[in-house]
Write a protein that binds this ligand. Structure first.
Ligand code: SAH
Length: 359
């Protein structure tokens, strides 16, 4: 619930609105998972509130630790599904990568999560709870670290779960909760054009990342079937119209796949395509997983691609894989533990892509 919803609930239960705010602060500020932790609310009022709300939605089922310090957290939902979240230490910063859905419907051919298919959306509480549970883990294990940044880049397509993602943004940015600033939050999308247009009109303004991954429609159609619905021209058109705030840029993600989109001609096409956009490109060398029929380009090919982009004036950053030894890097989240799948995949290996049934 957002703070407003909690206050409305209190009122609907015949309680003063501030009781809703008190309970909300316990859950979203202090990470309470049991009603009796709420020491400034009497037992009768707590029992009344508990009639209308559940708290503590996720259970931390497993923590996997990478040799680079990255931790992959697997959570179980109340109805028994698994989702994953990744804590990535980076100097003073700690970024948490959170999931927005159980599985994903988008079917990008290079992504392990796509092979799970979509089970259901996460609700706003389940999205936010990943942060509270991770924060509690950090407090126990590395008390000097705080979660400073959030990226909606875990399992799922955030804009397919638009309302819950917006609600979670309102919750997580609230000063009465964990209060993570909107400039420290990034929402990443495979490119749902109508929802991008809607996002541009919201009052909460996270950073925007867009998974472009190709420099022409022929390749993008093949690796991201969603491109058949909204092609590169439509996507870039929507982004040109996107009301970016002062000094902000859109991040384009570009997964580098050997022999597919990594040639110097691709780099040149990409630079041309993005000319005039206030943007930067994050190059993500393909992270392998057993379900994908792709390979990572050689270090020389990666450098050559990046240098060509730079030479043509396109700002690019190379994303170093983090947590790839525990299947926690970009595109590897599929509920694996020690390399074993804990939940069977629902989509066949290299299935021929169906037309995406999304609006
Ligand atoms: N559905 C959203 C959020 C996921 S973000 C989106 O598509 O943006 C995950 C990022 O990892 C995306 O940019 C995706 O293109 C990238 N990715 C997926 N599979 C990958 C892989 N195997 N190796 C490297 N990057 C991958």
């Amino acid at each position: 619930m957002t703070l407003d919803q909690a206050q409305d609930l209190a009122a609907a239960l015949g309680l003063p609105r501030f009781r809703g705010e008190q309970a909300w602060r316990w859950v979203h500020g202090k990470g309470a998972i049991a009603w009796d932790e709420m020491t400034n609310i009497g037992p009768e009022v707590r029992a009344r509130l508990a009639e209308g709300a559940q708290i503590g939605t996720l259970t931390l089922a497993e923590v996997q630790r990478s040799k680079d310090g990255t931790k992959k957290l697997r959570f179980t939902t109340r109805d028994g599904y698994s989702i994953e979240s990744v804590l990535i230490p980076d100097g003073e910063k700690t970024t948490q990568c959170i999931s927005s859905q159980v599985g994903c419907a988008v079917d990008c051919q290079f992504c392990a999560t796509a092979k799970l298919g979509l089970t259901r959306n996460l609700d706003a509480g389940e999205i936010a709870d990943q942060v509270y549970r991770a924060r509690a883990l950090l407090a126990a294990e590395e008390p000097d670290r705080r979660i400073t940044n959030l990226v909606y880049m875990g399992m799922g397509e955030p804009l397919h779960n638009y309302d819950n993602v917006m609600r979670s943004l309102r919750i997580l940015t609230s000063d009465l909760g964990v209060g993570i600033g909107q400039r420290r939050i990034t929402v990443s999308t495979a490119g749902l054009v109508p929802r991008l247009e809607k996002l541009g009109n919201e009052d909460v303004r996270p950073n925007l990342a867009v998974s472009l991954n190709a420099s022409n429609d022929r390749v993008r159609d093949e690796i991201m079937p969603i491109n058949k619905k909204w092609n590169i021209a439509k996507l870039l058109g929507a982004l040109r119209a996107y009301p970016l705030e002062h000094r902000r840029r859109v991040t384009f993600e570009y997964v580098l796949l050997a022999g597919v989109n990594d040639s110097l001609a691709d780099a040149a096409d990409l630079a041309k395509l993005l000319r005039g956009h206030r943007c930067k490109v994050n190059i993500i060398p393909f992270n392998p997983h057993p379900e994908a029929g792709y390979t990572r380009p050689s270090p020389e090919a990666i450098t050559a691609f990046q240098n060509e982009c730079k030479r043509l004036g396109l700002p690019t950053y190379l994303r170093t894989p983090r947590g790839d030894d525990i299947d926690a890097a970009c595109g590897q989240l599929a509920n694996r533990s020690n390399g074993e799948l804990l939940v069977p995949l629902r989509v066949k290996k290299r299935a021929s892509p169906p037309a995406p049934n999304v609006d």
